[in-house]
Design a protein around this ligand. Structure first.
Ligand code: TPP
Ligand code: SF4
Ligand code: MG
Length: 345
């Protein structure tokens, strides 16, 4: 009896999920970063993003190694520690048709890369910037990073006596237009947020708590699986309807906020506790500060602004990617240069 092979599910580009995979991970088994790579694969597949259009950008760290483990058909640039934002900015200016996905760590972002991070947020460059946040420098054997909470404990018994930087509050204040926090262990929320991130045109900053099983998953850590299970406080239930799918589930405006995104997709936030408007910047920062003071880890989409122009719009760049413009279009003629020199005399 012959068995008929089941046809593989394909997306709107006719690609199977296999075409979104990458190399085999070399990270520790159980590392939260591996789960995030899986969700990125799912989100890109389900949104039908063409892999060849994607530029995977990263800095240095276990987290920054992960672009090797998804989308092997995409372009990839593993930059210097903390310098991914400037390399990404350059790449996007050279070719505005690319789709930028940056993966960083809490060390890569909140210490050596902080200056670059803030300026990237401020510019609202179209990029999805992910921080795989484990509160330690995993690659260099688990020292505290600047996102580690005050009072959290290393395996060696060392207590962190400095306050944590909140990268979400910083991103909102600096100018990013889609900011949220999730947890690698919350499959549904993370996938919905990543898909919405794909639909956004501007800087998306997602801080994803991602436990380091080797150096920061013990009792006394505030970035462990157990701690997150007990303290994760979802602000709302996040769901997402892409523009190419028919809306099949109606919603009650009294309990759910529907945000229409640039491409016509819908981000739906069903309230869990109280009214929350993710378009209110002050409320977003206040909610983050209040929940932190209560010892909770607030997750969800904190802030979204679909009206602010992206950096590429602001610069009024030519539609044709700069990288493909012929020399005749980008090189001033001798006459033009002579004229400039004349004017400077
Ligand atoms: C200029 C420079 N300084 C220091 C280092 C050492 N170093 C490598 S990775 C890293 C921190 C990585 O931490 P994080 O970004 O949180 O990534 P994780 O490994 O935790 O995923 C440091 C300090 C380096 N590679 N380059
Ligand atoms: S050291 Fe930590 S962050 Fe690095 S791969 Fe292992 S579990 Fe992940
Ligand atoms: Mg880290």
């Amino acid at each position: 009896m012959s068995t008929v092979p089941t046809p593989q599910k394909t997306n709107r580009l006719g690609l199977s999920v296999m075409e979104y995979k990458g190399g085999k991970t070399t990270l520790c088994a159980g590392c939260g970063h591996n789960v995030i790579s899986e969700r990125i694969i799912d989100a890109m597949f389900e949104m039908g993003v063409k892999p060849e259009r994607v530029i995977k950008m990263s800095g240095i760290g276990c987290s920054s190694k992960t672009p090797a483990y998804f989308l092997s058909r995409a372009h990839s640039f593993n930059s210097v520690h903390g310098r991914m934002p400037s390399v990404t900015t350059g790449a996007m200016l050279a070719n505005r048709t690319l789709f930028a996905l940056g993966v960083s760590g809490d060390g890569d972002t909140a210490s050596i890369g902080m200056g670059q991070f803030i300026h990237l947020m401020r510019r609202n460059l179209p990029v999805i910037y992910i921080i795989e946040d484990n509160g330690v420098y995993g690659l260099t054997k688990g020292q505290f990073s600047a996102t580690a909470d005050i009072g959290s404990k290393l395996k060696t018994g060392v207590i962190n006596d400095l306050p944590a930087l909140d990268t979400c509050a910083l991103a909102i204040q600096s100018g990013a237009t889609f900011v949220g926090r999730s947890f690698s262990g919350d499959k549904r929320q993370l996938l919905a947020m990543l898909k919405a991130a794909v639909a956004h045109r501007g800087t998306v900053m997602l801080d994803i708590v991602s436990p380091c099983v080797t150096f920061n998953d013990h009792e006394g850590s505030t970035k462990s699986y157990d701690y997150m299970k007990e303290h994760d406080e979802p602000l709302h239930e996040v769901s997402f309807v892409p523009h190419f799918e028919e809306i099949s589930v109606e919603y009650d405006p009294g309990t759910t906020m529907d945000v229409t995104m640039h491409d016509g997709s819908h981000l739906r936030l069903r309230k869990v506790n109280e009214d929350y408007d993710p378009r209110d910047k002050v409320l977003a920062v206040r909610s983050l500060m209040e929940s932190h003071a209560k010892g909770e880890v607030l997750t969800g989409v904190f802030y979204i602004d679909t009206s602010k122009p992206s950096f590429l719009d602001l610069l009024n760049l030519a539609e044709q990617p700069l990288a493909t413009l012929p020399e005749s279009a980008v090189r001033p003629s001798r006459e033009a240069l002579d004229q400039v020199m004349e004017e400077l005399r």
